[in-house]
Design a protein around this ligand. Structure first.
Ligand code: NDP
Length: 452
């Protein structure tokens, strides 16, 4: 039996890597983890967490606006201090980086700061020092993709949005996915004049069509200038800031141009080729259902390998690998009914299939939907509306799609996702007593299917 320095060596200290390292170490395995930057990866440093903090910050603008309708008089117009928000965020992220470090340390993981490269199927090199391991796990995440257009050097990716200096009075966002919609909403709320360009006829490809249209309308009402079927052809710097020329010729000026045009797996400079690790057609590490790469001793989880780029999915994949290598044995992750939220204003929460997907997969479906002004906005003076939709497989009465656009949609949908994974039928939804008065009760009180 060959001897190794470690039982498991993890490359990448983001969500998936830290979870795997920690949990493996808790089984008694000898675990090493290399990370070249701050611990926590995209989610903690330039993703979910700071984004949600900024989303809360943007939400206060709405609350101040609404407060007057409820009798609150502000002595003067509220002032937003961008520098203060940035420093508060930085403080919190540093605290989280520290928590990640102590979680690893307390679990007995050997933390190595530096860039790791695979040398062979069992060897990693970090800053000239070689470490051997029985199993290697690549969890290096992804990075923003910016298309190669003239003037690309003038634009920023989502990584830079948290520390912009100065605050952009005019922000132009290119893209129609999660990140583009979230930043457009957030910076609109924080006071920027936001234009969002998307190349398709609707935002958020892959979401339910009704949700896509409803959200674009609500974002427009909130002040985002959403321009569909629009492509940015080039960017130049001029006397009045940046000028973005559209494919159709028109120009838009902005202080900051964000390209939120997707993310690509971090596979460069890792020695994957040297170790014989194969990539798939998207440039991600090709893995089987057990996250094993083309080299049996090398696994990969999270954004560097999978189709679903979500932190909780990376965590779940990491647990499958740890269970298989060090614990409970082989099992497969079920990717059906993964709930997700888009932290736009208002939020989207969704679980399961879109109406179109459900029709293609299940044949006949019944669709229930509801659109209303929430109780909060009867006095707030805002015209924001809420949208909810259920898609039900007719043959089994099972709820296979649940979609919401409205306040706290992510919080609402998480609980319904449990019911959907348990196979809840529409009859079960109908027999559930609502909580009154909430928006969420609408999900258990929709009785009349849409015609057709
Ligand atoms: P997405 O894939 O969601 O969106 C990319 C967007 O960019 C799409 O609208 C796409 O258009 C557009 N696009 C791609 N290439 C070009 C191009 N060359 N020119 C113009 N537009 C282009 O990626 P994101 O970067 O927004 O997010 C990555 C992933 O991260 C998400 O899919 C999600 O899984 C995860 N994420 C999750 C969040 C959450 O849970 N709240 C928040 C943020 C990210 P088209 O539709 O035509 O393809």
């Amino acid at each position: 039996m060959p001897t190794f320095d470690f039982d498991l060596f993890v490359i990448g200290g983001g969500s998936g890597g830290v979870r795997a390292a920690r949990m493996a170490a808790q089984t008694g395995a000898r675990v090493g983890l290399a990370e070249a930057a701050e611990l926590g990866g995209t989610c903690v440093n330039v993703g979910c967490i700071p984004k949600k903090l900024y989303s809360y910050a943007a939400g206060y603008a709405e609350s101040f606006e609404e407060a007057a309708g409820y009798g609150w008089k502000l002595p003067q117009a509220p002032q937003f201090d961008w520098a203060h928000l940035k420093s508060q965020r930085a403080r919190e992220i540093t605290r989280l980086n520290g928590i990640y470090a102590s979680l690893l340390k307390n679990s007995g993981v050997t933390l190595i700061a530096g860039w790791a490269q695979l040398a062979d199927a069992h060897t990693v090199e970090v800053d000239g020092k070689r470490h051997t391991a029985r199993h290697l796990l690549v969890a290096t995440g992804g990075t923003p993709y910016v298309p190669d257009i003239p003037g690309r050097e003038h634009v920023v990716s989502s990584d830079a949005m948290f520390d912009l200096d100065p605050f952009p009075k005019r922000l132009l966002v290119v893209g129609g996915g999660y990140i583009a919609c979230e930043f457009a909403s957030i910076f609109n709320g924080l006071g920027a004049q936001v234009t969002q360009l998307h190349r398709r006829a609707h935002l958020l490809t892959g979401f339910d069509d009704d949700v896509r249209q409803f959200l674009a309308n609500e974002m427009g009402k909130a002040g985002v200038d959403v321009r569909l079927n629009c492509e940015a052809a080039s960017v130049t710097r001029g006397p009045h800031g940046l000028a973005v020329t559209l494919a159709r010729g028109q120009q838009i000026e902005a202080d900051t141009v964000l390209f939120a045009t997707g993310r690509v797996p971090n596979t460069q400079g890792l020695g994957l080729e040297a170790a014989g690790v194969k990539l798939d057609e998207r440039g991600a590490i090709a893995v089987d259902a057990h996250y094993r790469s083309s080299v049996p001793s090398i696994h990969a989880v999270g954004d560097v390998s999978t189709r679903v780029q979500l932190t909780p999915v990376a965590l779940a994949e990491a647990m499958v690998v740890v269970d298989e290598l060090f614990g409970k044995g082989k099992r497969r992750l079920d990717y059906e009914f993964i709930p997700t939220a888009v932290f736009t204003h208002p939020n989207i929460g969704t679980c399961g299939y879109t109406e179109l997907e459900a029709r293609a997969k299940f044949g006949e479906v019944a669709v229930f939907s509801s659109e209303f002004k929430s109780l909060r906005h009867t006095l707030s003076g805002r015209s924001e509306r809420t949208f909810m939709k259920l898609v039900v497989e007719k043959a089994t009465d099972r709820v296979v799609g649940l979609h919401m656009v409205g306040a706290d949609a992510g919080e609402v949908v998480q609980g319904f996702a449990v019911a959907m994974r348990a196979g809840a039928t529409k009859a079960l939804f109908d027999s559930t007593i609502g909580i009154h008065p909430t928006a969420a009760e609408e999900f258990v009180t929709m009785r009349e299917p849409m015609p057709g």
